[in-house]
Design a protein around this ligand. Structure first.
Ligand SMILES: [Fe+2]
Ligand SMILES: [Fe+2]
Length: 284
């Protein structure tokens, strides 16, 4: 992996994947109640997290005081606008289904991130923060892609062809390029880190890993419910899903642990979410 390959990748992404043209989206829905009942929660979560990239850009500006040009270009001009459009399309869809629009937080940058940003004035610490950002990017993009695959299959099974082909397909086509950016960046950076930086990345990653958009216990259960709606089978299925999401992270960070199937903190987060959803459903 080289920096010039990474730059070429970002250039290509920007050129080949402008934000989805809204005039290409066909919101024809045959059976709104069925779609809403089956996938309303999924659409709401995906709309919210896609729209909240606006806040993620603020967070990145706080956490990385001096980002490499390529990172800034990627998140401000390539990734950010694509994701924001995904959110806009999904939110419009849920409103057309008769649901409330997503409730988003587009502005709150947590004190914890501001502290990291202060520490990251020192370049070796910023590299640790950048590594954590790439790892989060990888798991998030991979989860989104897997969720969109399942959503696509679900909508096709309901014979909602317009939604599957003009909403989900164009969105999911843009996600692998995001994932590739984070993967290439992570590989490039990891191999240049000193052993104390690697140690710190592992510790911080394990201590802070959480599912995207899970800021409250209720939101954790919502994510678990979404996974169940998408056909993930119970806590065991969630751990399997986690394994698909975190394979590259396992190989990079935990190469010394040859027997490890899934990084334990990733497995735990996904499993806990599904368990929380099941507990909430049985209490209702
Ligand atoms: Fe997206
Ligand atoms: Fe993405």
């Amino acid at each position: 992996m080289t920096l010039s390959r990474l730059s070429a990748h970002v250039e290509r992404l920007g050129a080949e994947h402008p934000p989805i043209d809204l005039s290409t989206v066909d919101y024809t829905i045959k059976r709104p109640e069925l779609v809403s009942r089956g996938y309303g929660g999924v659409l709401d979560y995906m709309a919210r997290t896609e729209l909240e990239v606006e806040r993620n850009v603020l967070e990145l500006n706080a956490v990385l005081p001096h980002p490499p040009d390529i990172d800034r270009h990627f998140y401000q001009h390539v990734w950010g606008p694509q994701e924001a459009r995904h959110g806009q399309i999904l939110d419009e869809l849920q409103v057309r289904l008769g649901r409330a629009p997503a409730v988003t937080d587009l502005t709150t940058v947590s004190p914890r991130l501001r502290v990291i940003g202060l520490l990251a004035e020192h370049a070796p610490i910023q590299d640790v923060a950048r590594m954590l950002y790439y790892l989060t990017g990888m798991t998030t993009e991979r989860s989104a892609l897997l969720a969109y695959h399942r959503l696509y299959d679900g909508l096709r099974a309901l014979e909602e062809r317009a939604l599957a082909e003009t909403v989900v397909t164009p969105i999911r086509r843009q996600e692998p390029g995001h994932y590739a950016f984070y993967q290439m960046s992570a590989q490039l950076l990891w191999h240049g880190l000193a052993s104390w930086q690697r140690w710190l990345v592992r510790r911080l990653r394990a201590a802070t890993f959480s599912l995207v958009g899970a800021r409250s216990a209720d939101q954790v259960a919502d994510i678990g419910q979404m996974m169940l709606d998408l056909g993930v089978e119970g806590p065991g299925g969630a751990v399997h899903f986690a394994g698909q999401v975190a394979r590259v992270e396992r190989d990079l960070l935990h190469a010394a642990h040859r027997g490890m199937a899934v990084p334990p903190y990733v497995a735990k987060a996904f499993r806990t979410a599904v368990e929380a959803a099941q507990a909430r459903a049985s209490a209702a």
